[in-house]
Design a protein around this ligand. Structure first.
Ligand code: AMP
Ligand code: GLY
Length: 430
């Protein structure tokens, strides 16, 4: 493929991750024009919004064809799992992301666990079930001789909600029933995985993959629980920071060489080539790093700290991925720390109201932060809340203390009714 001088780029999605992608892509001198579908009000400052849903693969490909889009970048997992890359490539359109077969690394936990086990890649021990009865007997047996918790997971997509950590048999049984009998995640509960419970610090290691070469990005640690001190239920994430001191160079190399590279090699032996972003969620156990999950896309909000730290041109880097020449590129980083504080709607991850007017956005930016929109919309020209995670406030500093202070000074200038944020993002680093 010959590269045009400058190209039109389309970002698919409309959350905080996509705002960060669009924010970074818009800085590239390679970009002639940037579109987002469907985007959000924050993204509208850098990209033209197109009213097409992220899951409407055909309409997206039609738009890309009609508008001479030179590169499409997919944010969320759903279109990838549904095969958006196959659809675009069959029409000769350039797109960043894995094909449908490779996206099964996120689309099916059973597929991934089997692949890991067959190839001796470090992960929690597990069993897969396609019927509730045997799964239920298995957890009863487990708790008859062990006090260790088990982790019950729906096989397929569950918007980050299909994971249950169960301390006792009744709890595990209830989780299996919800997933496999009541089908609270629909077809994603056709199978369930029951896993050994692991302990340790968790980290995200994202890597760009061009079918051969892997280039890992700066590691990130996120905060999944809704309240300070890791209390309350899991959320999509309440904030994160990068880099991560516990993820030393050795840990990162181990994850790359013993987990990510062997996974891609195993896929290749099945005739599946992975291209795009491979997100490894790992846990650092006493017996070494183990894989908790793969995602096949940029993390949210991990992207909101990684891209502000990236000095290199993202478009140039993504084109190298798509064209299989990542080995020619060296990704450069700023020598800084980044912190992102998520501002959520009160009640999230449970029920919450939307439509609350948001004040102070320009003041937060003038305090030196970047405010990424995650769940916002416009109402009569005013920006109002539109989701659980509403904003991600990212700040950089020469050390963690500075980055954290800047992020909170900026976040405190924002106001909407019932807003909630954690006050301890990054505190463990001080
Ligand atoms: P997953 O979507 O598979 O990453 O799971 C979501 C979260 O559940 C992880 O970030 C962990 O905090 C927790 N988790 C998942 N699997 C395990 C496991 N085997 N042991 C301990 N915690 C786990
Ligand atoms: N931050 C977790 C995820 O992107 O899945």
């Amino acid at each position: 493929m010959d590269l045009p001088e400058r190209l039109k780029v389309l970002v698919v999605g409309g959350g905080g991750r996509e705002h960060a992608l669009a924010w970074k892509i818009a800085q590239s001198p390679l970009v002639e024009k940037l579109y987002c579908a469907p985007g959000n009000p924050g993204m509208a400052t850098v990209a033209e919004r197109v009213d097409i849903k992220a899951t409407d693969l055909k309409a997206l490909a039609d738009f890309a064809e009609a508008n001479d889009i030179g590169l499409t970048v997919v944010g969320p997992e759903s279109p990838l799992i549904a095969g958006i890359v196959d659809e675009f490539e069959s029409r000769g359109l350039r797109i960043f992301g894995p094909c449908k077969a490779a996206a099964a690394l996120e689309g099916s936990k059973a597929f991934t666990k089997d692949l890991l086990r067959e190839n001796n890649i470090p992960t929690a021990a597990y069993e897969t079930f396609s019927e509730y009865g045997p799964a239920s007997s298995f957890v009863k047996d487990h708790f008859s001789f062990s006090v260790e918790p088990v982790v019950v997971k729906a096989d397929g997509e569950a918007a980050g909600k299909g994971v249950y950590i169960c301390q006792e048999a009744a709890e595990a049984d209830e989780a299996l029933r919800a997933v496999m009998v009541d089908r609270v995640f629909g077809e994603s509960g056709n199978k369930a995985v029951v896993e050994e419970f692991l302990t340790g610090q968790e980290a995200t290691i994202m890597g760009l993959v061009d079918g051969g070469t892997l280039a890992t990005l700066i590691p990130v640690q996120d905060y999944k629980r809704v309240f300070d001190n890791d209390e309350g239920p899991n959320t999509g994430s309440m904030g994160c920071y990068a880099p991560v001191p516990v993820v030393t160079e050795d840990v990162r190399d181990f994850v790359a060489e013993k987990i990510m590279v062997p996974t891609m090699a195993a896929l290749k032996r099945k005739g599946i080539v992975f291209k795009g972003m491979l997100y490894a969620g790992v846990i650092l156990t006493d017996s070494g790093p183990k894989l908790l999950e793969y995602n096949v896309r940029f993390g949210d909000p991990e992207t909101q700290v990684v891209l502000p730290l990236m000095e290199s041109d993202l478009v140039e880097t993504m084109l190298a991925v798509v064209e299989g020449r990542l080995d020619e590129i060296e990704i450069r980083w700023y020598n800084k720390k980044a912190v992102c504080v998520v501002i959520a709607s009160g009640g999230y991850p449970g029920d919450y109201e939307t439509g609350m007017p948001i004040d102070g956005l320009p003041d937060a930016e003038s305090a030196g932060a970047i405010v990424f929109h995650a769940g916002t919309k416009t109402d009569n020209g005013k920006i109002v809340t539109g989701g659980g995670r509403v904003l991600g406030v990212t700040a950089l500093g020469s050390d963690y203390r500075e980055a954290i202070a800047k992020a909170y000074v900026a976040a405190d200038r924002i106001h909407f009714d019932k807003m909630h944020m954690r006050r301890d993002i990054g505190r463990r680093l001080l």
